[in-house]
Design a binder for this molecule. Structure first.
Ligand code: MLT
Length: 306
């Protein structure tokens, strides 16, 4: 019997991949064989010596002490691509949200709750709605930093919306590069990508090389009025540099899936509570992929991230 310790709620569709005649699954075990988790922050001292492998039902793995696991010979599996569609769909709405007066319009309409006179309201709206005019995405340039599973999907969708897409990814494998649309303009200098983009979207993991990569130096290349999207990780952006860029007006909006305290209430910051992958479908896909990987590893010794 394999004992699998779950440190977050894992979709049943995933757990069903681990047949109960050979797997015991529980949120507490003294000596589990494997750990399945989502965003639980795992510390080295929390990993029992019995653990043979760890499955992360999600793309990023910065909540897992991977260096320690490598030293101990414990493979860590993540699920790249399994929630990419969910994140991509949220980014499409973020692009639209950034370009149109949606939030401002909703806020304005909420102030009209006392108005009962229909014709008078129509007259008022006709006058006021000019304030909420926006811009279209078609014809604008989206700079995609990181062209992995999510970045490449976002790039394709932006192309289908009529946007011009420029992409930067110094770590792109030759295989992945071949799969990219030839309509994506590859740029090998990040500053040049930033300077030509009306919208910039980040799709990078947190690594020593990417931590605070979006800093005041890089932001000094922004086009006036650009919009920055961060649905990747909070740590790759220097939030105080973003505050300065927003205050100066050089950056029109920062739309991010992280409620960074320094940015809450800052004009132009639109923040969500890390819901990029929060859909039933993404949770199921990630759980199924993570469970399959762990099963293949425990039963056959295979170490595969797919
Ligand atoms: C991911 O890393 O897959 C996403 O950020 C969502 C999550 O943290 O689960």
């Amino acid at each position: 019997m394999y004992k699998v310790l779950t440190l977050n709620q894992i979709s049943l569709k995933g757990l069903d991949r681990l047949p109960r005649d050979s797997y015991e699954i529980a949120s507490e075990f003294s000596s589990p064989d494997a750990v399945l988790l989502r965003s639980h922050k795992l510390k080295p001292e929390d990993i029992p010596a019995s653990v043979l492998g760890i499955g992360r039902a999600g793309a990023g793995y910065n909540n897992i002490p991977v260096d320690y696991c490598t030293e101990q010979g414990i493979p860590v599996f993540n699920t790249p691509g399994a929630n990419a569609n969910a994140v991509k769909e949220l980014i499409v709405s973020a692009l639209t949200l950034g370009s149109r007066g949606i939030l401002e319009g909703i806020e304005y309409v909420s102030t009209l709750s006392d108005m009962t006179d229909g014709p008078e309201m129509s007259k008022l709206l006709e006058k006021e709605k000019k304030r909420f005019k926006g811009n279209e995405l078609a014809g604008k340039t989206l700079g995609v930093i990181g062209l992995g599973a999510i970045g490449s999907m976002v790039a394709d969708t932006a192309l289908s919306l009529g946007m011009n897409v420029a992409g930067y990814d110094p770590a792109l494998s030759v295989d992945a590069a071949w799969r990219l649309s030839s309509d994506i303009k590859k740029v090998d200098n990040i500053a040049s990508l930033v300077s030509r983009s009306d919208y910039i979207t980040l799709h990078l993991p947190v690594l020593d090389a990417t931590r605070n990569m979006v800093n005041s130096d890089l932001l000094s290349n922004l086009k006036e009025g650009a919009i920055l999207l961060n649905f990747a990780r909070e740590e790759i952006v220097d939030t105080s540099a973003v505050v300065t860029a927003l205050e100066s007006g050089k950056l029109a909006k920062y739309i991010a899936d992280f409620p960074s305290p320094e940015l809450i209430g800052v004009r132009g910051a639109v923040l969500t509570p890390h819901i990029g992958a929060s859909t039933d479908e993404a949770e199921e896909n990630c759980a199924v992929m993570a469970a399959n990987q762990l099963k293949d590893f425990l039963e056959n010794g295979n170490i595969k991230n797919s």
